[in-house]
Design a protein around this ligand. Structure first.
Ligand code: AQP
Length: 331
């Protein structure tokens, strides 16, 4: 069976974009792949995380993934820092990757903005750690959004250069698995900005632990324009907020955007938001309820993560030990 590695940062409470762009897809991939799901806490600290919050978010995120349908018995769920192979291989890759390659990464440019000099060195070498996450397991497939394609190309460049430098065929090339209907979910306050768990405004996102009232309020307050819904997709051009709400509806109801428009054309945002609230609550609220139940048993969550880390370690350890041997580290 082909092996998948997927990560999510415990940098906040997962939001609807994480669900539609990643988690829902992960749940489905479990039927056909051997899956390794990782709470990438080492990636999260590339920007400041309050230690207490990081612990809390890691546990909450584990609970959310289990509540959403990740099977931690058949597959592997763990937090990245619990398996030292990630850090060891990342250091080797820091020495394989070229500075010029990292300079081209658009995510660093987006996240660091103009204030480059004041960001952590970790944020800069983030893609090398991501390459280590994947290659420590010799994973062949990685489910990612469009935004992560560049990092996967870098992973392949690193694998190729490692193999070339050490004259081996050791690390495989990896393939992105981009879900066919991967909608990019945008902020509820600004349709040109992606929905993000670390956006300072909680009103900009629907968190997977929001209850029905909170979801209804956030959708009611979501920014829109005053025109009714158009009859076709062309009518959504230049209307990013309207397009976003229609895309969320389509993704959750699992129907094409065209069908949503056919059913709601001519409607104002009052009734459409009410219909959207129902769709979002039906999909998200059960995950929130199950998460609350799971969070009451912290020792179960810790045990699940610990068992996942042990199983992850048993796959990664021989691969990374072999890489270290190839580099010439004395064992
Ligand atoms: N708005 C989004 N729409 C579609 N997919 C999204 N993803 C994130 N936001 C959206 C996908 O979720 C997966 C895990 O994301 P991550 O936590 O590793 O990092 P991220 O993309 O940086 O997510 P956030 O929520 O924006 O986190 P912060 O605020 O900490 O930076 C990825 O596959 C991503 O594509």
């Amino acid at each position: 069976m082909q092996r998948i590695f997927s990560g999510i940062q415990p940098s906040g409470i997962p939001q609807l974009g994480n669900y539609l762009g990643a988690i829902r897809n992960w749940v489905n991939l479990q039927a056909n792949y051997e899956c390794i799901f990782c709470l990438v806490d080492m990636h999260a600290i590339t920007v400041w995380q309050d230690p207490e919050k990081l612990r809390e978010h890691t546990l909450t995120q584990a609970a959310i993934l289990l509540a959403a349908g990740i099977d931690a018995d058949k597959h592997i769920l763990f937090n990245q820092s619990a398996v030292s192979a990630h850090a060891r291989l990342a250091w080797i890759f820091n020495c394989v990757a070229r500075i010029g390659w990292l300079n081209r990464m658009t995510q660093f440019k987006d996240k660091a903005g103009k204030d480059r000099e004041n960001h952590s060195a970790g944020l800069y070498v983030y893609p090398n750690l991501m390459a280590a996450d994947i290659l420590a397991y010799k994973a062949t497939h990685v489910p990612v959004g469009e935004d992560q394609k560049q990092h996967l190309e870098l992973t392949n460049d690193i694998a190729q250069k490692f193999n070339h430098d050490y004259k081996v065929e050791f690390f495989p090339q990896v393939e992105p698995l981009i879900p066919p209907t991967a909608a990019r979910i945008m902020s509820l306050r600004d349709g040109t900005k992606k929905m993000s768990k670390s956006d300072p405004s909680a009103q900009s996102r629907i968190e997977l632990t929001d209850n029905a009232d909170a979801i209804a309020l956030k959708i009611r307050r979501a920014k829109t324009d005053s025109d009714p819904l158009p009859e076709d997709i062309a009518g959504l051009a230049e209307r990013p907020e309207a397009k976003n709400l229609v895309s969320i509806y389509a993704a959750l109801a699992d129907i094409p955007v065209e069908q949503v428009l056919k059913e709601h054309a001519g409607q104002g945002f009052g009734p459409f938001k009410a219909a959207l609230t129902e769709v979002v609550v039906n999909a998200i609220a059960p995950i929130g309820q199950e998460t609350t139940r799971l969070l009451q048993d912290e020792s179960y969550l810790l045990k699940t993560l610990h068992s996942g880390a042990q199983r992850a370690q048993s796959i990664a350890e021989p691969i990374v030990a072999e890489a270290e041997k190839l580099v010439g580290f004395l064992k």
